[in-house]
Design a protein around this ligand. Structure first.
Ligand SMILES: [Zn+2]
Length: 205
């Protein structure tokens, strides 16, 4: 292969994406280069737009347009009021839970786990979760972190952070396969994990 810095840099960047190694990154880059107008140009444009206009809400962690206030089923609910907050690691977990229609309530997206690379406790939006949990409408906080060591450590840390809040704190049932990430669970497993969630504290019934 010729040494063209731009192409090598692009391959390196693309191979950092989930599920892609250097081999698939090379195939993707070749596909892009062979489709300059159909792929490179629109992708470059949309990436700039996404970078400029979309960010995570600093309160609930969901993705939102910078130009509007967060009004998704997270921070503020337009039509319905809920009394539960479901805490997940990533937005993909929220999408899985939503598409299974098992849960109706607010979401809180931590943005990772305590021991994920580069994540510190301060990055995880725990302080804003405590504030949200203190809202009088909220009766229950459901911890829906993965059944991994990191996920469970994070759940414990959140449980501790919520101990002075007058809310019931629950955790998804043990039925989660060990190492199971929420986003990869099927609807049936999610359903029983929600249905059989266990209470972690003695605050508020
Ligand atoms: Zn929000």
């Amino acid at each position: 292969m010729q040494n063209i810095n731009e192409i090598e840099d692009l391959i390196k960047l693309i191979s950092k994406l989930p599920g892609l190694g250097p081999k698939s990154a090379k195939r993707i880059v070749l596909k892009l280069i062979n489709n300059r107008d159909e792929l490179i140009k629109p992708i470059a444009n949309i990436l700039v737009q996404v970078y400029k206009n979309i960010s995570r809400c600093k309160i609930c962690g969901t993705l939102k347009l910078n130009s509007i206030e967060c009004s998704y089923n997270n921070c503020k609910v337009v039509e319905k009021k809920y009394d539960k907050i479901c805490v997940v690691e990533n937005i993909s977990d929220q999408w899985s839970i939503e598409s299974s229609s098992i849960y109706k309530g607010y979401f809180h997206i931590l943005g990772g786990t305590i021991s994920s690379v580069g994540q510190s406790k301060e990055d995880l939006l725990v302080n804003s979760l405590v504030k949200r949990a203190n809202n009088e409408e909220i009766q229950e906080v459901i911890l829906a972190t993965s059944a991994t060591v990191e996920g469970q450590t994070t759940a414990y840390y959140i449980q501790e952070s919520l101990k002075n809040c007058n809310v019931k704190v629950t955790k998804l049932a043990q039925g989660l396969p060990i190492g199971g990430e929420i986003e990869s669970l099927d609807d049936g497993t999610l359903f029983s994990a929600f249905k059989n969630r266990s209470k972690l504290n003695s605050n508020s019934d």
